[in-house]
Design a protein. Structure first.
Ligand code: C2E
Ligand code: CA
Ligand code: CA
Ligand code: CA
Length: 280
């Protein structure tokens, strides 16, 4: 057993060592990667189940690493945040995504809105509203066509004034706000009071549990009831199969998102996917 323990810890050390080596590498390569345009937006469709209409897309960053391939946010966001680069990466990715939004529109793919994830740092930054206003005015996009997804953790942990003011400023300027991963934090309900959100995104841990757990089903129903009382739009995240879809639709979710429809895709793949849906 002792032998096994040592072996396990050696394996663990080796893995940890590799992890640190990789973190060091990503840290060094991040700045040149940003300059080289290796950070790109992927897009995941949002659909209105009642009509099947494609209503929007959530922008999710990917790092197209020349040697390591396609990197997901879990693999680099914490490195970017530690090096205070996430704000700049987000800005580059956002500009590319807004260009894509316009391009799709020109070619006849009109989405109601495009959604972006926002860090606490950006939200608390006084200059952010000016930055985003510039970006959308240049492209003749209206604030109401843009939704910012905020984690309740950033609204509460940072229950600091700048973050709440930032949310209020964005809302006042006409942007939509969504509360992301709803139900997973310690202060879900409180954040509904302090922030002027239009939409709540029910976390996929609830959606995943709908079939196996009666308790989760009841909680999800209660959350949806609460949101309806508050006249909030509801998005179900992580809809992975047709049973999930049927349940959340019966329960009254306005929009759905998940692998059942599509994974996040490059702009070209999203376009092709949207075209092939119209033909069907
Ligand atoms: P999130 O905002 O909750 O995004 C949803 C995540 O769930 C995405 O992971 C998406 O690919 C994944 N997902 C979507 N549908 C399904 C499904 O049916 N089943 C399962 N199992 N997963 C599904 P992703 O792209 O790896 O992003 C992870 C997180 O990283 C995001 O969570 C968000 O918090 C953050 N993030 C992603 N892109 C950005 C960005 O551009 N900027 C910032 N600041 N954060 C980002
Ligand atoms: Ca999100
Ligand atoms: Ca989410
Ligand atoms: Ca999440």
């Amino acid at each position: 057993a002792k032998e096994g323990g040592r072996l396990r810890s050696q394996v663990y050390d080796a893995r940890l060592g590799r992890k640190y080596a990789l973190m060091g590498r990503l840290t060094r390569e991040m700045e040149p990667a940003l300059a080289a345009g290796e950070f790109v937006p992927f897009f995941q469709p949002q659909i209105e189940p009642a009509t099947g209409r494609l209503t929007g897309a959530e922008v999710l960053v990917r790092w197209l690493h020349p040697q390591l391939g396609l990197l997901n946010p879990v693999e680099f966001i914490f490195v970017a945040e530690r090096n205070r680069m996430m704000g700049r990466i987000d800005h580059e990715v956002r500009k590319l995504a807004l260009d894509t939004f316009k391009k799709w529109q020109r070619y006849g793919l009109q989405l109601d809105q495009m959604s972006f994830n926002l860090t606490a740092e950006k939200l608390g930054d006084k200059t952010f509203v000016d930055e985003i206003m510039r970006d959308i005015e240049q492209r003749k996009i209206k604030p109401s066509q843009i939704c910012f997804e905020l984690l309740e953790s950033i609204l509460i942990d940072g229950a600091n004034a700048p973050v709440l003011e930032g949310a209020a400023d964005l809302s006042f300027a006409g942007f939509k706000l969504a509360l992301d991963d709803f139900g997973t934090g310690h202060a879900s309900i409180a954040s509904l009071i302090s922030v002027p959100v239009d939409t709540v995104k029910i976390d996929r841990s609830f959606i995943n549990g709908l079939h196996s757990s009666k308790r989760i089903r009841s909680m999800t129903k209660a959350i949806i009831g609460l949101c309806q009382q508050l006249r909030l739009k509801i998005v179900a995240e992580g809809v992975e199969d047709v049973r999930d879809l049927q349940l959340v639709q019966e329960m009254g979710c306005d929009y759905v998102q998940g692998y059942y429809f599509a994974k996040p895709m490059s702009s070209n793949d999203f376009w092709d996917w949207a075209q092939s849906r119209q033909i069907e």
